[in-house]
Each structure stands twice: as structure tokens, then as C-alpha cells.
Design a protein around this ligand. Sequence first.
Ligand SMILES: *[C@@H]1O[C@H](CO)[C@@H](O)[C@H](O)[C@H]1NC(C)=O
Ligand SMILES: *[C@@H]1O[C@H](CO)[C@@H](O)[C@H](O)[C@H]1NC(C)=O
Ligand SMILES: *[C@@H]1O[C@H](CO)[C@@H](O)[C@H](O)[C@H]1NC(C)=O
Ligand SMILES: *[C@@H]1O[C@H](CO)[C@@H](O)[C@H](O)[C@H]1NC(C)=O
Ligand SMILES: *[C@@H]1O[C@H](CO)[C@@H](O)[C@H](O)[C@H]1NC(C)=O
Ligand SMILES: *[C@@H]1O[C@H](CO)[C@@H](O)[C@H](O)[C@H]1NC(C)=O
Ligand SMILES: *[C@@H]1O[C@H](CO)[C@@H](O)[C@H](O)[C@H]1NC(C)=O
Ligand SMILES: *[C@@H]1O[C@H](CO)[C@@H](O)[C@H](O)[C@H]1NC(C)=O
Ligand SMILES: *[C@@H]1O[C@H](CO)[C@@H](O)[C@H](O)[C@H]1NC(C)=O
Ligand SMILES: *[C@@H]1O[C@H](CO)[C@@H](O)[C@H](O)[C@H]1NC(C)=O
Ligand SMILES: *[C@@H]1O[C@H](CO)[C@@H](O)[C@H](O)[C@H]1NC(C)=O
Ligand SMILES: *[C@@H]1O[C@H](CO)[C@@H](O)[C@H](O)[C@H]1NC(C)=O
Length: 322
Amino acid sequence: MGVITAKAGLCVVIPCSFTTPDGFIPKRDDFDIIFHINRYKVPSEFLGRVLLLDPDVSQGNCSIMINDLTTSDSGSYQLRVNGFYRGMSDGVTFSSKTILSVKAKISLFHLNRPSLMIPPLTEGQQATLTCTAPGLCSPSPPIITWMWRGKGEMEANITGNTTASFKTENLTAVTQRHSSILTFNSSAKHHDTNLTCKVSYTSDITTEETVTLKVNCDITNGTGTPTISGKSTIKQDESLNLTCTVDSFPLSVIIWSKRGLNKTLNNETKYGTSTLVIHNVTKQHSGQYFCYANHLNKTLEQDINITVISKYAIFLGYYMNL
Ligand SMILES: *[C@@H]1O[C@H](CO)[C@@H](O)[C@H](O)[C@H]1NC(C)=O
Ligand SMILES: *[C@@H]1O[C@H](CO)[C@@H](O)[C@H](O)[C@H]1NC(C)=O
Ligand SMILES: *[C@@H]1O[C@H](CO)[C@@H](O)[C@H](O)[C@H]1NC(C)=O
Ligand SMILES: *[C@@H]1O[C@H](CO)[C@@H](O)[C@H](O)[C@H]1NC(C)=O
Ligand SMILES: *[C@@H]1O[C@H](CO)[C@@H](O)[C@H](O)[C@H]1NC(C)=O
Ligand SMILES: *[C@@H]1O[C@H](CO)[C@@H](O)[C@H](O)[C@H]1NC(C)=O
Ligand SMILES: *[C@@H]1O[C@H](CO)[C@@H](O)[C@H](O)[C@H]1NC(C)=O
Ligand SMILES: *[C@@H]1O[C@H](CO)[C@@H](O)[C@H](O)[C@H]1NC(C)=O
Ligand SMILES: *[C@@H]1O[C@H](CO)[C@@H](O)[C@H](O)[C@H]1NC(C)=O
Ligand SMILES: *[C@@H]1O[C@H](CO)[C@@H](O)[C@H](O)[C@H]1NC(C)=O
Ligand SMILES: *[C@@H]1O[C@H](CO)[C@@H](O)[C@H](O)[C@H]1NC(C)=O
Ligand SMILES: *[C@@H]1O[C@H](CO)[C@@H](O)[C@H](O)[C@H]1NC(C)=O
């Protein structure tokens, strides 16, 4: 007893098993029939669409697969076993039922999405990405295409130094897994771009999955220079407020320090961006401040020269100009 929901155009496996008394000999011939309680004369619609997964019925496995589902396949399915028992023709109708519900409309929201396997990507290294089509029993192999959308670009098919290969694995006699394997050399330009794998069973049954690629970059090749923002001239008793930001993937560890100071200025570990705030600054806070970005064992630095001026400087200047 159970309810199975499936999508029109694809296929479904109805799991089933049974036991019969010792000495009961099932008749092979009767096993291809499906009993559909709303329609007694079933076979013509189901002919060629139904497969018994384990042809050896003596194992008690009566799982079936129905291909090319249509909404009229919805209904209640039940098993009857005919055979011989103690020399007599006999049969058992099993009371457990499987309710099949076939949904008419196939859309991105109803069809399962492909699964995408993306390994960690590193700039300059070859990457192998796998897109596996959902559904294990599509009537014919789907078409799998890859699309890539760069920053501010239109969606385009993957071109350039890439190769995609189609792979089919036989899982059982009737179920297959279809996948496409894309190989390309990842570069910094792929970072934060969207890669889409589209699986088309027929022109109107398609499903796709999109991932945003993250490429481990090498910050020392110019992509990840730290930038410092904030005022470099500060009046006494006001606040020093500097922010250091490094655009990298994965995020860099940001550390603040000052020339002549044998320690870091920030207490906690900050990733990607770190703000240094010192309240009520004095002249002693003047000096050269450093922001260090630590990324995959490489370090980049940026500095800023801070000048703390007297809060009376403007007032004094006024007198001096007299
Ligand atoms: C019946 O056979 C199918 C196909 O070989 C298999 O996938 C399924 O697990 C089997 N079911 C049982 C209950 O053994
Ligand atoms: C990808 O880069 C590797 C070296 O990292 C190189 O050997 C290979 O030829 C490149 N592949 C393509 C398709 O450019
Ligand atoms: C990638 O997809 C995400 C989510 O759909 C979207 O917010 C982002 O703008 C896309 N990026 C590009 C470069 O198209
Ligand atoms: C991608 O390639 C497919 C098949 O080669 C083609 O039908 C489709 O129009 C292409 N799409 C783009 C955006 O170039
Ligand atoms: C393709 O790879 C070759 C070497 O493998 C390289 O010379 C060429 O620039 C690459 N083309 C693109 C578009 O990346
Ligand atoms: C998978 O099965 C099909 C027929 O069902 C056969 O033609 C094909 O060679 C099989 N592939 C593998 C890898 O076994
Ligand atoms: C530091 O400057 C940033 C940006 O100007 C501001 O959002 C933040 O509130 C400032 N912090 C302090 C403690 O003044
Ligand atoms: C920094 O301080 C540590 C211990 O506090 C000391 O071992 C080290 O020699 C100092 N380095 C410099 C350059 O003063
Ligand atoms: C540094 O961290 C310690 C303990 O985590 C905390 O007690 C202290 O207040 C922190 N100092 C600053 C300047 O944030
Ligand atoms: C800064 O100075 C003001 C008054 O001069 C004082 O009220 C405040 O507590 C000081 N702030 C800090 C963080 O020392
Ligand atoms: C960082 O350096 C350590 C020790 O030298 C090494 O084990 C580790 O693999 C390096 N990590 C990266 C990302 O290069
Ligand atoms: C800060 O001053 C030092 C010398 O005092 C100089 O070497 C450095 O380039 C200056 N930094 C900036 C960002 O101007």
C-alpha cells in the first residue's frame, strides 16, 4: 500500500513483492497483465510500456516499470497471482494497493533537477564537472547541454577549451543513469559566474540546475590586492576608522598591524574585510599602518600613513594668517 507520484512523459517503478504458500507454482504467462480497477481491458494501452523488472517471478519480486506515463495511468494498482496449487488452478489477489498519481504538467518545478557535482576549483587547474540527469528510466537518453554566464554577459554555450562527454551507466536491465562530464581549465574569470546544466528529454520536457562557480584564486597575481578605505588625517580625540578589504576566494584572513608595534591590532580573526577603530586618538597614533591579507599560504600587504593633527590646528591657522 502506498502512493507514488510521477510525471507524465517519464516513467515510474512500482515496487512489489509477494509470497505464496509452499507448493504454489506461479504461471509465468499471467505476469505481464496490469490490473487497473477503472479499466478492465487494460493491455492495449499498456502494451510495450510495462516491464517486469525481475523476469524470474519465482523470486517473489513483482516490481514493474511503466514507461511514457500519461495522466490516464493514474489509478490504483494491485497484484494478482495466478498459478497452480496442489494440482489445481488457483489465484490470489493481494489486497495491498499502490496508488499512482501522474501529474500532467511537466515544468522545472515538477521535474526533479539534474544533480551537479563540482569539485573545488583552483585557478589554472583542470576541472571535471559532472551533471547527472534525474530519472533513471527515461524512454530515450536525454540531451545534456552546459551553459555558462559570465559577469555582465549573456548566457552562452560553453565554448573554448572545454570538452563534454556523454556517459550512460546501466544500473539494471532497464534503468540507466545518464550524465555529462565537462572538463575545462578553470580561471579567475570563472569565479562568481553561473554554470547551468540543462537536460532535455524532449523539446518540452526540460530541467536544469544552475550553480555559482567559486574558483580558488591566487591573490598574488593581481586579483586580490587589499584596499584600505578611511581618512588618513584625523584630528586628535576623534576616531581612527580604517577598513581593509580583499576580494578573493576563499576569503583571506585580514590582519592589521602598525610599524614599530610587535603585535597585531585586531583581536579576532576576520575574513575578507576588517575594520580597525581606535577612539580618542592622540599624536602617538600617527604612523604607518599595515593590512595583511593571508590567502592559501600567501600574504599580500597594503599600507596607509596616518597623521593625527591637533584639534586646534585650524584655529591656530586662523591666528597665524592675521
Ligand atoms: C525487484 O527487482 C528490481 C530489479 O532487479 C530491484 O530493483 C528491486 O529492488 C527488487 N525488489 C525486491 C523487493 O527485491
Ligand atoms: C589545462 O591546464 C593544464 C595544466 O594545468 C594543461 O596541461 C592542459 O593542457 C590544459 N588543458 C586545456 C584544454 O587547455
Ligand atoms: C547567478 O545566479 C544568481 C542566483 O540566481 C544571481 O543572483 C546572480 O546574479 C547570477 N550571476 C550572474 C553573473 O549571472
Ligand atoms: C547552444 O547549443 C545548442 C545546440 O548546439 C543550440 O541549440 C543553442 O541555440 C545554443 N545556445 C546558445 C545560447 O548559443
Ligand atoms: C586553448 O588551449 C590552448 C593550449 O592548450 C591555448 O593556447 C589557447 O589559448 C586556449 N584557448 C582559450 C580560448 O582558452
Ligand atoms: C547498456 O545496455 C545497452 C542495452 O540495454 C547496451 O547496448 C549497452 O552496451 C550497455 N552498456 C554498458 C556499458 O553495459
Ligand atoms: C567607520 O566607518 C564606516 C564607514 O564609513 C562606518 O560605517 C562605521 O560606522 C564607522 N565606525 C565607527 C566606529 O565610527
Ligand atoms: C616580538 O615579540 C616576541 C615576543 O613577544 C619576541 O619573541 C620577538 O623577538 C619580537 N620581535 C621583534 C621584531 O621585536
Ligand atoms: C580581545 O579579546 C579578549 C578575549 O577574547 C577580550 O577580553 C578583549 O576585550 C579583546 N580586546 C579588544 C580590544 O577587543
Ligand atoms: C573619549 O573621550 C571622551 C571625552 O573626552 C570620553 O567620554 C570617552 O569615554 C573616551 N572614549 C574612549 C573609548 O576612551
Ligand atoms: C600551506 O602550507 C602548509 C605547510 O607548508 C601545507 O601543508 C599546506 O598544504 C599549504 N596550503 C596551501 C593551500 O597551499
Ligand atoms: C608611508 O610612508 C612610508 C615612509 O614613511 C613610505 O615608504 C610609504 O610608501 C608610505 N605609504 C603610503 C601608502 O603612502
